[in-house]
Design a protein around this ligand. Sequence first.
Ligand code: ADP
Ligand code: ADP
Ligand code: ZN
Length: 860
Amino acid sequence: MKSNRKPSAAAKRTRNEATPESADQQPNGNVANRFIEIRGARTHNLKNVDLDIPRGKLTVITGVSGSGKSSLAFDTLFAEGQRQYMESLSSYARQFLDQMERPDVDSIRGLQPALCIDQQQGSVSSRSTVGTVTEIYDYLRLLMARIAVPACHQCGSPIERQSTMQIANSIHALPIGTKLTIAAPMVIGRKGAHADVLERIAKAGLLRARIDGQQYEIEDLPTLAVRKEHSISAIVDRIVVREDSRERIDQAIAVSIRLSNGLVETEATLPSADSPQFKLYSTRFACLACGHSLLEIEPRTFSFNSQYGACEACQGFGHVPDQPDQVCKSCEGKRLKKESLAIRLDGRSISDIAMMPIAEAAQWLSQQKLDEEKSKVGQPIVREIVQRILFLQEVGLSYLTLDRSANTLSGGELQRVRLASSIGTGLVGVCYVLDEPSVGLHPRDTDRLIESLRKLQKRGNTVVVVEHDETVMRMSDLLVDIGPGAGKFGGTVVAQGSPESLAQSGTSITAQYLRGEKEMPASRARPVDQDHPKIQIIGIDKNNLHNVSVDFPLHRLIAVTGVSGSGKSTLVHDSLADSVRKTLAGEPLPKYVRRVSGLEHIDKLIEVDQTPIGRSPRSIPATFCNFWDEIRKVYAKTRDAKQRGFNAARFSFNTGTGRCEACGGQGRQKLEMSFLADVYVACTQCHTRRFNRSTLAVKFKGKSIADCLDMSITEALDFFDAFPKISTPLRCLQQVGLGYIAVGQPSTTLSGGEAQRIKLANELAKTDTGKTLYLLDEPTTGLHIDDVVRLIGVMQSLVDKGNTVLVVEHHMDLVRCADWLIDIGPGGGDAGGTIIGAAAPKDFAARFDSPTSQALRRLT
Ligand code: ADP
Ligand code: ADP
Ligand code: ZN
């Protein structure tokens, strides 16, 4: 599998010719057609990896954290796919190619255009919603524009329009002998003197006008009171309907439409009647009662990103700009103009529809009874919408609404929204690369996630997934195990094949796990009896939680479970964390919590989440965990430094005279691309070393300060063994399974799971009070089963010291180890929000029925 071939110059030159076309023209093009052939991949820790990924199949890449899965899937396969795509772009894009960090690989043949479905919020704008990201909202706008019925937002009457032909036809239908007046309504109930209107009537050569119901000759027109509302119609013609009056009527209609901008008023006295009937026709969408008219109804009428649709007060944000909590008073958070909101389908505005959980919206739309004409234009659009909603439902997101802001979604939810959209776009011949799509997903929904991945694959795409979930691994066509260890102890393909063959004969940890040979830690089963000390939260009212009360036993390991959208985050991060934080700060409880007790047992709250630890390459594990300054002190004390007169400040890459001038100590330079995300390229001066020459000349135990940045945590632990202020945080990083990351790895390159574990390690390094409440959000993200075992050990030791640890988790091996389980559900959104039960995991599985207890029972 692994070869020691050095990259030949020839290989380097030809590797970029591996476009699908050139690959297909190989003499052995057959093979190139069936596989993406990776040869000699050395990105980060990869050790000359050769791998054939079957095209048009589902491949899962697994391995312990830090083994090189992402280096292979994202930094090699996807990066090269993107590079090859950029090569096919304009020369402007191509000039950056040489500067882009190209993946270190001899060749990749048979590579298809690559798309990455990731969990990063980065590319969603603050205006994005579930509806816009999935394009479902675009279809909904189209549907509304085609078949919705507008109503006047002022008086509520329906607004209709007819073509000129339709208007003419209904007037021609009047019986012979009808006395007909055709008039052009020019003002309908508006305040003002309207001198300009009266002047226009005179200039048009007309002789009479009806003002406020009374008829005037043009020379006798009155002066109108400015402060009063008036209605003015210019009388265009008076005709007695005959066989030959058609042409004259048509002319009058045309004049009227021109004068009044689309309106025609008739006063008709039938031969059999003696009082006239009035009728108003319109070619535009206008309220015939109060005259209010709309511009053309188009899809953009419903767009909160367009001036045609957006509420003027909030510019379509739905809230006061920069104040997300202040709902816009004008549109009440609906983002659209009143005119747009008055356009309704079966009584519902587009915003009403976007506020429904998508599953409900799909059902409601399918059940619309449309007349034949509307059905013809509406049905295909409805089908498109319903289809796309179905894709979202299949990835376990039925509870979402189309108007939900994309930036309030969790990373896992966002990734699944993107997955569903990708299925909706129907692209073929693409290589999709996904990072742990099971994140945040309850085991109940994993099967449907796999079906979605299959759908993408069966359409003719290659799907490559980095995953740890056992069910996903078992369902793959090809399972690739990277390892055996992390960092320099990994980087090889230790096993590959069908999941069955791997489970049968493999020796890797993954294989042992699949065979059920790996022993999982058992629950410590710390008891929680009736009068166990606890934090009690009473009367939570937020999102889908309504008057919910929960007890959290103290000094225990607690797991909170439930399907995606059931309310776990609302319970833990909003209600519990906010209450504790506010109480500790001496502030009043959040509005949506009625009462809290038991907080006297807690003196510290540590929320360890997956948000990045820093957004610039200046933030690194060493700075975040506060041992970088200590390393600098060690260097300042060396003979080399003293001779040169360098103090600790000299060894900073953020400020001062020691750092590389060209990149300001970042080691990289940012290229801003107008069409892609920003790209970081190696600094041409220091080649990622961050420091200038004379600083780098200072050595401690033979290593420069930049060498320290390149060390893995494990190497650094050995190197700085004699310095407790440095080795203690390093040891904590190793304990949480991060021994493989580099001391100076820019935090922009860390995954959410890694960032979370760095924060956890940072907290471990501090002296804990024994009365600390730790909240962790799916800490197993990105962790192989082997890492999970270690993580459970860390959490147990925190509880042993008297602390309380609460995890929101889907990983049932971890859930089973908890002392206490709180399950919320049963479904997502409105179908959730109820506490199913709280018990020790074993009792829970026996006593309650829910997706969680089913998953627990399957384990044992
Ligand atoms: P996995 O995806 O299996 O968790 P990665 O591919 O992310 O592993 O990491 C493999 C090794 O490469 C690790 O030692 C990691 O620290 C290192 N690494 C990852 N990204 C970078 C990077 N941008 N620069 C340098 N080293 C990196
Ligand atoms: P879980 O953590 O179990 O996935 P959440 O607590 O995030 O569930 O969500 C519970 C419900 O509240 C869902 O219906 C979700 O759509 C809704 N919700 C969560 N956060 C927000 C938010 N910021 N804005 C609107 N609705 C939200
Ligand atoms: Zn530099």
